[in-house]
Design a protein around this ligand. Structure first.
Ligand SMILES: Nc1ncnc2c1ncn2[C@@H]1O[C@H](COP(=O)(O)OP(=O)(O)OP(=O)(O)O)[C@@H](O)[C@H]1O
Length: 617
């Protein structure tokens, strides 16, 4: 959602075209509505299938509710014509009471059935939304990195939250109301035409007019609200970026400019809202006017028919009652149609996610990887993120169990890519990655990743306590094991200095911790997981010498006895590696120990020389 694009896709809004205040343009998340599509609807309603049995009483209550609503006006007719003003007879109070009693019973039945229907369809609707959200989330967890490469996190988030929520109304009241309204409309039309064909036809003469007004106005209202949503979504995108980039904003003293930009977006949003809401307000009176016209025709033509003894007063009152019940469903059907179009767009986006297959698929006969020794082999690996732009061009590398490998090279040379392939976040285009002689494509990803640990440069700290964050390495670890791991990597002391020790709450991304502390925490997490192969993306940030020493000590503990791959930046780390692999543009240029490579006087020598000169400058 928050991607900056060089163009805007909004055709309804010219004001969004570059205003000179606008530095960033936010690409709008796909279309808000889509044409109605039966097969997609069927797929959506498939989620209701598990609740078939619970739906039966809901539908029964719907039928009862509709029948009672259709029956009550008929009782008015009979009460007036048979009890209050019977032809040639005097009024009968007992009969009137009987009708009133039946009417009361019907009202109670209607109330009870509506109550039951609303309560239970809401429960079912919530269950369906729960299932859908669950399905989408469990699916996106399986998707490969390629999927996330293509999408900003915001757009993934919006699909799980907004798009799923947009279907909520459809699954709760939407469908049942749609059915009820259709049945009610058809019922009323039939009743009116049967009772008096001509009068029935006359009062419904305004229906086509109502239909035209309703659909054309509704369309405009829909577009106006779409515009509001689009503008709100831009505000959200901007807010998201502003909060995430707050440090940069403050560092570059861009607050004033940022504020101006935000104010502009905010104003545009309020204007759009006012426009949409003014249109909405116009809709009510138009509907009322059309229905008043229908009632006018009813009384004008109805009294004419009464004068000519064609209909009774009771029938006229009954008709007025039916007509009163006629406009609401028509109005609601218009709303429902809007809701359906919005649901179409949301469900299309959700299904697009659900249909996405993990590019790193797992074979059906994938084997479980038994406990490994830790031999790793890259066999003539070619890999490209985008077709035609190889990131690795024929990498071959043999690593014996327990060896430590430092990957060095200029930015973009392919260091992280090697690691991505070893964790099987991507599959190579050519060649194989072997662990203990087994192609990693033949083994289950879970069993692979449980034995290959990774410590990333930007250590992710989850919301929770320090203890929870270390335990993320192995969920069944005891408290004592957590403390032991933290002690081994020299994290225990700083943890104990925190206000609540291991129970100190840290927020998402762990901003309260320093870079070095976060690294030590991630070492403890990795040590707890105890993988045979460990990957380490060393943080580049300069830290004080004392912390550096601590980290080096911690590293020694962490790496002992494991095969390790390090994207190494610190000389101290590189120097001690068993093998140093120098990469350039996806090719291994040099390989050997620190001393061997220095003696060679090649690329590595140049890199080290540059680092020395930089440090002593
Ligand atoms: N997700 C991606 N999609 C497309 N291209 C990518 C992606 N990740 C990396 N690349 C490209 O692949 C090449 C190798 O990138 P890689 O991240 O492996 O380099 P690196 O040596 O780890 O760099 P650095 O030291 O800056 O982290 C680069 O040209 C980069 O632009």
């Amino acid at each position: 959602m928050s991607t900056r694009a060089s163009h805007t896709t909004d055709h309804t809004d010219n004001s969004a075209k570059l205003n000179k205040n606008e530095r960033f343009i936010y690409q709008d998340d796909d279309a808000i509505e889509k044409p109605f599509n039966w097969s997609q609807m069927a797929r959506l309603f498939h989620y209701m299938k598990p609740y078939k049995k619970q739906l039966i009483p809901v539908f029964a209550s719907m039928v009862i509710g509709t029948l009672t609503r259709l029956g009550i006006p008929a009782l008015f007719i009979w009460a007036i014509d048979d009890a209050i003003q019977p032809e040639g007879k005097s009024a009968s109070i007992p009969l009137l009471f009987t009708y009133a009693g039946i009417m009361l019973a019907l009202y109670i039945l209607q109330w009870a059935s509506n109550n039951y229907r609303i309560k239970h369809i809401n429960i079912i609707g919530q269950k369906v939304i729960y299932d859908l959200r669950h399905h989408v989330f469990s699916h996106i967890q399986k998707l490969s990195f390629r999927f996330y490469d293509k999408r900003p996190a915001g757009s993934v988030l919006v699909r799980i939250t907004n798009d799923v929520n947009a279907l909520q109304d459809l699954f709760t009241n939407g469908v049942v109301n749609l059915m009820m309204d259709c049945v009610q409309l058809v019922g009323i039309v039939i009743i009116l035409l049967i009772w008096n064909f001509k009068l029935g036809l006359a009062v419904m003469i305004t229906v086509p007019l109502m239909f035209v007004v309703s659909t054309s106005l509704r369309k405009r209202i829909r577009f106006a609200w779409q515009d509001v949503r689009m503008k709100q979504s831009r505000i959200n995108s901007h807010l998201n970026e502003s909060i995430q980039g707050m440090k940069v904003t403050q560092a570059y003293v861009q607050e004033k400019d940022n504020y101006k930009f935000f104010e502009h977006m905010n104003t545009v949003n309020v204007k759009a809202w006012n426009k949409a809401s003014a249109m909405n307000q116009a809709f009510g009176p138009i509907i009322e006017l059309t229905s008043a016209l229908g009632t006018l025709i009813l009384f004008w033509y109805g009294s004419y028919l009464i004068q000519h003894d064609v209909i009774t007063i009771g029938l006229l009152v009954g008709f007025a009652n039916y007509i009163g019940n006629f406009w609401d469903p028509i109005n609601r059907l218009g709303q429902m149609y809007n809701q359906l179009l919005i649901a179409m767009a949301s469900s299309e986006r959700i299904f697009e996610f659900i249909d996405e297959k993990p590019t790193v698929g797992e074979l059906e006969q994938a084997k479980e990887l038994p406990p490994i020794r830790g031999d790793v082999q890259f066999d003539s690996i070619v890999f490209e993120y985008e077709a035609g732009r190889p990131a690795l061009k024929g990498i071959s590398l043999n690593v014996k169990a327990g060896q430590s490998i430092a990957l060095v090279g200029h930015t973009g040379s392919g260091k992280s890519t090697i690691i991505n392939l070893l964790c099987r976040f991507y599959d190579p285009v050519q060649g194989r990655v072997l662990i203990d002689g087994q192609d990693i494509r033949d083994i289950s990803t879970a069993s692979l990743r449980s034995q290959v640990g990774i410590v990333l440069q930007d250590t992710f700290i989850f919301s929770g306590t320090i203890r929870d964050n270390i335990r993320y390495g192995r969920l069944d670890a005891t408290d004592a094991e957590i403390v032991a791991a933290a002690t081994a990597v020299h994290a225990h002391d700083f943890i104990m200095n925190l206000p609540d020790g291991y129970d100190t709450q840290v927020e998402e991304r762990g901003n309260v911790l320093s870079m070095g502390q976060r690294q030590l925490l991630s070492f403890a997490r990795a040590l707890l997981a105890d993988p045979r192969v460990l990957i380490l993306d060393e943080a580049t940030a300069s830290i004080d010498t004392e912390t550096e020493l601590k980290i080096q000590e911690a590293l020694k503990t962490l790496l002992a006895g494991r095969t390790s791959f390090m994207i190494a930046h610190r000389l101290s780390t590189i120097r001690h590696a068993d093998q140093i692999v120098v990469l350039d543009h996806g090719v291994i240029m040099e390989q050997g120990t620190h001393d061997e490579l220095l003696a060679k006087g090649g690329i590595y020598y140049g890199l080290i020389d540059a680092q020395y000169r930089f440090l002593s400058a």
